[in-house]
Design a protein around this ligand. Structure first.
Ligand SMILES: [Zn+2]
Length: 156
């Protein structure tokens, strides 16, 4: 059985920064985001279970490291997507955990590449690879498309 290893937040955070991620906050949780180069409205978001409390970062080292693919809409709000990814348990050496975290981030980045390749919805938002459904749910809105299309980034 591999041994539990809490891994200090600083180690995870500097590995993510070296990989080009930018620190951000989701509520009180510290998250690290990396925009997809094909479609900057899609980002890999890594959750290291670190929270901001009393102005400093507190590690809650028991939880698994998670990652998700998030979509930033034309108003600048970040939305989760329905895609699910595996978690990185804090077992084994620090080096191995950091390596698995970066592997997970690459997996999410590849998923973003695949979505970017599908091409945008006519409203400008990205679409899911499998169902081709719009991530902005524009079909649900009465006054859909048009109004907020202009500032949507286009797929390269
Ligand atoms: Zn749409």
């Amino acid at each position: 059985m591999a041994k539990f290893n809490p891994v200090p937040s600083e180690v995870l955070h500097s590995a993510l920064e070296n990989a080009g991620f930018t620190k951000s906050l989701s509520g009180k949780e510290v998250v690290y985001d990396l925009r997809n180069h094909h479609n900057p409205s899609l980002s890999v978001r890594v959750f290291t279970s670190s929270k901001v409390g009393a102005g400093k970062v507190v590690s809650c080292g028991k939880d698994a490291i998670r990652a998700s693919l998030v979509y930033t809409n034309s108003s600048g709000n970040t939305n989760g997507t329905k895609l699910k990814f595996s978690r990185v348990n804090r077992v084994g050496t620090t080096e191995a955990i950091v390596g698995r975290m970066l592997d997970l981030a690459r997996e999410v980045y590849r998923a973003a590449n695949n979505i970017a390749a599908v091409g945008p919805c006519r409203c400008g938002a990205p679409r899911y690879e499998d169902t081709k459904a719009c991530m902005a749910f524009c079909w649900k809105k009465k006054d859909s498309a048009a109004s907020n299309t202009l500032d949507h980034p286009h797929v390269a």
